[in-house]
Write a protein that binds this ligand. Structure first.
Ligand code: COA
Length: 258
C-alpha cells in the first residue's frame, strides 16, 4: 500500500516503516498518525512480517513531535480527543504489539516523537540523536504517554528533570540513563537494528509475544504482572514452538520456528 507520509519496506521478515515529512522534520500530523495506524495494523496482520523497525526520513530527525500547527487553536475537549485517539490508535497499538518493534532514532526525537520511540519495545539511537519532551515550553504536558513511559524507563527523578526542564538529552546521556539501549553511528543505525531484530525473530514467535505481554503487565497498574507471567508461561507449554524448541535442543540442532 502507498502512503503519503510513510515509506515502507519489507526485507527478510522485517518491515521498516519510515516516517517521511522531512520538510517538517517528520512531525506527526493527523494524517501521518492515521497512516502509522494503518501501516502497523497491516504489518501485524501479515504472516510474512515477523518484526518492525520505525524510523524517520533524512539525517536530521526521527520525529520532531506532534504537528504543532494542527492543535494551535484547540480547546480542552479537542485536546482530550487528540490524546485519546493517539493512545489507542498508535502508541498503545505499538506498545502492545505481539511482534517486536524497534525504534531507530536517527536525529531529533521530541515530544510525540520521543513518545513514539518510548512506545516501541527497544530503542537504538544514532550519535547525532537528541531526545526530549519540550511540551512544557508550549504550555502543555506530554499527551501521548510520555509522563508514564518515561519514568518507567529512566526512573521518576530523571523523568521529572527531562519533562520539567524541557531540555534535550544527547545520545550519550540517553544511553547512560537507559532511555536508549544502544548508540551507533548514523550510517550503521538501520543495520544494527536489523541485526538485533533478526536475532529476536529467530526465536519462538509465540514466546516473544508472551514475553511482551508479561513485561508490559509489569508496568500496567490494572494487571497483576506475576499472575500474567504464570498464565503466559503455562500457555507456552501448549504451543508447537515449545515442542520444536525442546526437540531441537535435545537433537542438538538449531530450532526452526517458521
Ligand atoms: N510541528 C510542526 N512543524 C514542525 C515541528 C513540529 N513539532 N517541528 C519542526 N517543524 C517544522 C518547522 O516549523 C519548520 O517548518 P518551516 O520550514 O515551514 O518553517 C521545519 O519543520 C524545520 O524546522 P526548524 O525549526 O526550521 O529547524 P531547526 O533545525 O531550526 O530546529 C527543532 C529543529 C527540532 C529544534 C525545532 O524544529 C523545534 O523545536 N521543533 C518543535 C519541537 C517540539 O516542540 N515538539 C513537541 C511538539 S508537542
Amino acid at each position: 500500500m502507498d502512503y503519503k507520509n510513510l515509506l515502507t519496506n519489507t526485507e527478510a521478515g522485517i518491515r521498516t516503516i519510515t516516517i517521511s515529512r522531512p520538510e517538517k522534520l517528520n512531525a506527526l500530523n493527523r494524517e501521518t498518525l492515521s497512516e502509522i495506524n494503518q501501516a502497523v495494523t497491516s504489518a501485524l496482520a501479515n504472516s510474512q512480517v515477523y518484526g518492525l523497525i520505525i524510523t524517520g526520513a533524512g539525517e536530521k530527525a526521527f520525529v520532531a513531535g506532534a504537528d504543532i500547527s494542527e492543535f494551535s487553536n484547540y480547546a480542552a475537549q479537542q485536546g482530550k480527543e487528540l490524546a485519546k485517539e493517539g493512545h489507542a490508535n498508535v502508541f498503545d497499538l505499538i506498545a502492545n504489539s505481539p511482534k517486536p518493534i524497534i525504534a531507530a532514532i536517527n536525529g531529533f526525537a521530541l515530544g510525540g516523537g520521543l513518545e513514539l520511540a518510548l512506545a516501541c519495545h527497544i530503542r537504538y539511537a544514532s550519535e547525532n540523536a537528541k531526545l526530549g519532551l519540550p511540551e512544557v515550553s508550549l504550555g502543555l504536558i506530554p499527551g501521548y504517554g510520555g509522563t508514564q513511559r518515561l519514568p518507567q524507563l529512566v526512573g521518576k527523578g530523571k523523568a521529572f528533570e527531562i519533562i520539567l526542564s524541557a531540555n534535550m538529552v544527547d545520545s550519550k546521556e540517553s544511553q547512560n540513563i537507559g532511555l536508549v539501549n544502544k548508540v551507533v553511528p548514523l550510517s550503521d543505525l538501520l543495520a544494527e537494528c536489523k541485526t538485533l531484530l533478526h536475532t529476536i525473530i529467530s526465536r519462538s514467535p509465540n514466546a516473544i509475544s508472551a514475553a511482551i505481554t508479561a513485561i508490559n503487565a509489569a508496568i500496567d497498574p490494572q494487571k497483576d504482572g506475576f499472575e500474567t507471567e504464570i498464565e503466559q508461561f503455562s500457555k507456552c507449554f501448549g504451543h508447537a514452538d515449545f515442542k520444536e524448541g525442546v526437540t531441537a535442543f535435545l537433537e542438538k540442532r538449531k530450532a526452526n520456528f517458521r
